[in-house]
Ligand binder design. Structure first.
Ligand code: 4NP
Length: 177
């Protein structure tokens, strides 16, 4: 089950965190490619719009294979070419994150299903969505670039940049900013 646009527009942003102190967790598999890129891009978009003090972003992975490692050098390079510096140490998503964060955004359907399998409450399930539900040009997965060529990392950056703009725009609309 994935979110329709209608459901997103009725996303239950908690009153207490609009417009302050929204916490967003981006989740992929290894937390070395897609979710750290989404975290870094989103932070950049928030900074550009003067919202950095109002929204906190973080990232994690559903598996712990790469725990403690820096982000993939190919991902970092693709981001750097767009002026984004990814500084992250991989960590696994923890059950307490599902309470601590207001939005849990999965990079692909498999991540989404893994997060739902970890969730224990309706509140945790309700705050979980696919990241690309905020992509103004499409829906579905941010493709996993790990086993592909360098072009895949650039395509991932395009999707992430566009979707982060859509996400921040939707936060601003919800906050009435
Ligand atoms: P990520 O990419 O989930 O975007 O960080 C991957 C990183 C590592 C692996 C797969 C995807 N892996 O199989 O090790």
């Amino acid at each position: 089950m994935f979110w329709s646009i209608a459901q997103i527009s009725s996303f239950s942003f908690p009153d207490s965190v609009v417009p302050l102190a929204m916490r967003i967790m981006f989740v992929c598999l290894g937390n070395i490619c897609r979710s750290p890129a989404a975290e870094a891009v989103c932070r950049t978009v928030l900074n550009r719009r003067g919202l950095e003090g109002q929204v906190e972003v973080s990232s994690s992975g559903t598996c712990g294979y790469h725990e403690g490692e820096p982000s993939d050098s190919r991902m970092r390079q693709a981001a750097l070419q767009r002026g984004i510096d990814i500084i992250n140490t991989s960590r696994k998503l923890r059950r307490e994150d599902l309470d601590a964060y207001d939005m849990i955004l999965a990079m692909d359907r498999e991540n989404y299903e893994d997060i739902l399998a970890m969730a224990e409450t309706d509140a945790q399930r309700k705050k979980t969505a696919l990241f690309r539900d905020f992509d103004p040009q499409g829906t579905g997965d941010v493709p996993d670039p790990y086993y592909g060529g360098r072009g895949g990392f650039h395509r991932v950056m395009e999707i992430i940049e566009r979707t982060c703009e859509g996400l921040v725009e939707s936060l601003k609309e919800k906050a009435g900013a």
